[in-house]
Ligand binder design. Structure first.
Ligand SMILES: [Zn+2]
Length: 241
């Protein structure tokens, strides 16, 4: 059975009202990214880091999945699908996706830097009165977000997923600048049919590496990409072989 691999980034959730720092000169919702997303300084900036992610979490409660999230969920119901995302929001899950691989962490979850315990706090702000449920540490509680300078263990799944694609399979890349992830190398490594959808050409992603390119908002491109995906993964029986 042919496979479908989806890799999404900020552009997928932008139309749901969630912004990320790539939009605006190293600032993420008016905060310096380096101050709130840094593996070397998060303890020194403890209060600010928690305030920032608390705001992102409560904001997430007011966001809703868009047509592109729902299209991905629909693909997963129809095909053998691997969903990878750089996004830390849960909009794919709320659109109906299962087993989403969050490469850079998951906003509704906290993790403990002391004992490794992970727990879900939904869309609530984390407060010091709520220490790690397992070891009771307060100062080790942090958002389950991969900060800059920290390892991202799920990258292994990303490389494996792209490398495993055959010429019968399809990869769809949606809304990513190619600044954090090496999209060029991933595309070169994959033998699948490759579709790219970004708002506009990105300097780090050569469009010619892809079989089809859509430079438009994800919700606008979703229908046409769906048509291509169907064509590749549901070949008409009369033409088989
Ligand atoms: Zn703990």
């Amino acid at each position: 059975m042919p496979k479908l691999v989806i890799l999404s980034g900020a552009g997928l959730s932008a139309e749901s009202g969630l912004r990320t720092f790539r939009d605006q000169n190293g600032l993420w919702e008016n905060h310096s990214v380096n101050a709130v997303c840094n593996g070397a300084t998060w303890r020194a900036n403890f209060g600010l880091v928690h305030q920032f992610y608390n705001e992102r979490r409560t904001q997430l409660a007011t966001a809703t999945p868009n047509a592109a999230h729902r299209q991905i969920a629909d693909w997963q119901r129809r095909y053998k699908t691997v969903i990878l995302t750089q996004n830390v929001d849960d909009l794919l899950e709320r659109a109906g996706c299962r087993d989403v691989i969050h490469l850079h962490g998951f906003l509704p979850e906290m993790t403990c830097a002391a004992c490794g315990h992970t727990w879900n706090i939904g869309y609530r702000a984390w407060k010091k009165e709520a220490p790690c449920p397992r070891c009771q540490s307060v100062r080790d509680a942090r958002p389950r977000i991969v900060f800059f300078g920290e390892p991202a263990p799920a990258y292994r799944l990303l490389w494996e997923s792209f490398a495993a694609l055959t010429s019968r399979d399809v990869a769809v890349i949606i809304g990513t600048s190619g600044v954090v992830l090496p999209i060029t190398e991933l595309a070169l490594q994959s033998r699948g049919y490759k579709i790219l959808n970004n708002l506009a050409p990105e300097p780090a992603i050569p469009g010619h590496l892809f079989d089809e390119v859509f430079y438009q908002p994800a919700t606008q491109a979703a229908g046409e990409i769906d048509r291509l995906v169907r064509k590749r993964l549901e070949p008409s029986p009369g033409l088989a072989g």
